[in-house]
Design a protein around this ligand. Structure first.
Ligand code: SF4
Ligand code: MG
Length: 317
């Protein structure tokens, strides 16, 4: 036995998960689509955080980015249009032991799912939300979405869209009980990784708005995202997203922003001068609805009946 005593016990219960443990097949998004970068980043985070694939759930709605759960070798739920949030809230409410992610697009979240989105922010149930915003309906081949900017030419607005777009960061920060709002971009894997990592670490509804390239139906925007770097400004603060020197030096524009300051966070979200990347706002003390739901989850049927009778007896006459 090469010096090992035969009665020695080695704990092999701790299983290490490699990247392959989170990968399911080859993603069928178009070449150059920003979704690929988000997927790789999330799989890397799962590996680094050693998330148990059997205790991790990815929930989505409908759209290109909503194919995400198919490519994760975890549990997943590819839902209906705009209905990722109610499904994810239900999962986390009854199974607080699970790690829940929502992947949604601008059409899915900001159009048909807008009502569910607003209330999910307010309920502040612990989950990591990735909104991949390419400013177009990609899956159905180019219709104007709620986040398409004025002048967008598509199948539904052939002479250019007329109505100002929804700003998802601004909208989320306008909801009561908001607890975490950040913005990143698919072309910067280092920043995206740190942002999603911080979102995952936050206990509550972590909303990450990802500026996502669609080179097929938004080629001009996709090109500008790479070629016009001065449109971006990095948010820096000791309470924000930490980025090492080599990753942050590519940004020409940087400002200090304390993410505990919601007034300034809202000002930045409305500011059209830059696309700010980083943590806009965080409130670690916002009320979480899942903490109420987690109470008494271990009750037996008999215990539930007894507890119910105690409550009903209060109204007996
Ligand atoms: Fe990505 Fe656009 Fe292709 Fe959809 S249509 S997979 S968003 S590049
Ligand atoms: Mg879209």
């Amino acid at each position: 036995m090469f010096g090992l005593k035969p009665d020695i016990a080695i704990d092999v219960s701790c299983e290490y998960h490699s990247m392959d443990d989170y990968v399911n097949g080859v993603a069928k998004w178009c070449p150059g689509c920003g979704d690929h970068a988000v997927l790789t980043n999330v799989q890397k985070l799962c590996r680094d955080e050693q998330l148990d694939p059997k205790k991790t759930v990815f929930v989505s709605g409908i759209g290109c980015s909503s194919r995400f759960p198919h490519y994760m070798d975890t549990y997943g739920f590819h839902g209906l249009h705009g209905r990722a949030f109610p499904v994810a809230c239900g999962i986390k409410f009854r199974r607080p032991d699970l790690d829940v992610f929502v992947v949604t697009g601008d059409g899915d979240c900001c159009s048909i799912g807008a009502g569910a989105w607003i209330h999910a922010v307010r309920y502040n149930i612990d989950m990591t939300v990735l909104l991949l915003n390419n400013e177009i309906y990609g899956l159905t081949k180019k219709q104007t979405s709620p986040t398409s900017r004025i002048g967008t030419i598509s199948n539904t607005t052939p002479y250019g869209s007329l109505i100002p777009p929804i700003n998802p960061v601004q909208t989320t920060m306008g909801v009561a009980n908001v607890s975490f709002v950040a913005q990143t971009a698919d072309w910067n894997p280092a920043h995206m990784y740190e942002t999603i990592k911080a979102a995952h670490a936050h206990k509550g509804f972590s909303f990450v708005h990802i500026l996502q390239r669609c080179p097929i139906f938004q080629p001009v925007l996709a090109d500008k995202m790479i070629s016009e770097r001065d449109q971006f400004c990095l948010l820096q603060h000791e309470n924000g997203i930490t980025l090492d020197e080599s990753a942050s030096k590519i940004f020409n524009n940087k400002i200090d922003h304390d993410p505990f300051d919601i007034g300034e966070a809202r000002n930045l979200a409305e500011d059209k001068k830059y696309n700010y990347l980083g943590l806009f706002y965080q409130n670690k003390n916002a009320v979480r609805y899942d903490e109420f739901g987690a109470q008494n989850l271990g009750f037996t049927v008999e215990q539930k009946k007894a507890a119910l009778n105690v409550e009903l007896d209060k109204f007996a006459v």
